[in-house]
Design a protein around this ligand. Structure first.
Ligand SMILES: [Zn+2]
Length: 339
């Protein structure tokens, strides 16, 4: 069977690997139907992801159909459509005991620490599988994992009814965070430098958009909130300057969710944190978001609506990565297909 394997910096090959087999009675084998490509996959390909161990089959956003189950599997059957949760954890460390297994000291992520979804078949423990209705197209189902990232960020930010939320960055995660925040009843403003991304956000529920190329975000937030400023700020850009802006545009008692993982230093002052009693919340992967997100997708509350705008066959994985590298603005979500 085919697998997309990264061997080194920009050395990715579609190779033949053995098909997985049932060894334990609790094993489940999934035929992968679609796998999204994430910015972190691009980083693995470019040699700039510090967490990955090579060689590695990439892919942590994937869905498929169960083709084989061990004798002890009861909650899944052959033919079921499933979304794969890419993280596993020890359940014992301090983070796990605080109900934050996404920050587990022994966190393992499919496609990063273990071979992931860019292969035709994969063996996954039942604990990491979630059912999804058969009438949901694979290209919509595959958005479940990126939607859970937005689910986690908005949960950490305590986004809720009538709160004002400002999202910096209208890329994939910014767009999905917008949709989840709207589904949770918030008022949402989103900013970017690319007008086409802002137009897409406007078409998908944004109450206000700000092009920071020619508009001042602080002034716009002040105007939009009648001086209160934003109750929740999600930074889906992750640059030093956008993190700094978070402190300026947050309201009193505001919550800030930085989503970047840049190691570049940022100069901020303590005053707004103390004076406004701000809460700055990290958000890594997701915790317990798959069930609510999948239910919202099944109910039609969260949709695709033009998000997966590029599709490639697994054999053309190189073309997909090249597009992501050379023309990232053309790809909201690139999906590898397997049929
Ligand atoms: Zn743990």
């Amino acid at each position: 069977m085919l697998a997309v394997k990264v061997f080194g910096k920009q050395d990715m090959r579609v190779v033949n690997v053995p098909k997985p087999t049932i060894d334990k009675p609790s094993d489940i084998i999934v035929k992968v139907k679609a796998c999204g490509i994430c910015g972190s996959d691009k980083a693995i390909y470019n040699g700039s992801n510090p967490f990955v161990e090579l060689p590695r089959v990439m892919g942590h956003e994937f869905v498929g159909e169960i083709v084989e189950i061990g004798d002890e599997v009861t909650e899944f059957a052959v033919g079921d459509h499933v979304v794969i949760e890419p993280i596993s954890y020890d359940g014992k460390c301090y983070a796990c005991r605080q109900h934050m297994p996404n920050a587990c000291v022994n966190l393992k992520v499919l496609g990063v620490h273990q071979d992931g979804g860019m292969q035709e078949y994969i063996k996954v423990p039942a604990l990491q599988l979630h059912h999804i209705d058969k009438d949901i197209p694979w290209t919509t189902a595959v958005l479940s994992e990126p939607y859970t990232i937005a689910g986690n960020a908005t949960t950490r930010g305590e986004v809720g009814l009538s709160k004002t939320v400002v999202i910096q960055g209208a890329g994939t995660i910014g767009q999905l965070s917008l949709r989840v925040a709207k589904a949770k009843g918030a008022r949402v403003m989103i900013s970017d430098v690319a007008q086409d991304k802002l137009d897409f956000a406007k078409d998908n529920g944004a109450d206000a958009v700000v092009n920071v190329k020619n508009e001042d975000l602080v002034e716009k937030v002040k105007e939009w909130t009648n001086g209160e400023m934003a109750n929740v700020v999600i930074d889906a850009v992750g640059a030093p300057s956008t993190f700094k802006t978070c402190l300026d545009i947050a309201s009193v008692a505001g919550r800030i969710v930085p989503m970047g993982f840049s190691s570049a230093p940022v100069t901020i002052t303590q005053q707004p944190i103390m004076q406004k009693q701000l809460t700055i919340c990290g958000s890594r992967h997701q915790t317990f978001q798959f069930e609510p997100i999948i239910q919202a997708i099944e109910a039609g509350v969260l949709k695709d609506d033009g998000m997966t705008n590029q599709r490639f066959n697994i054999k053309d994985a190189q073309k997909a990565l090249d597009l992501m590298n050379n023309d990232p603005d053309k790809a909201r979500k690139i999906v590898l297909m397997f049929d």
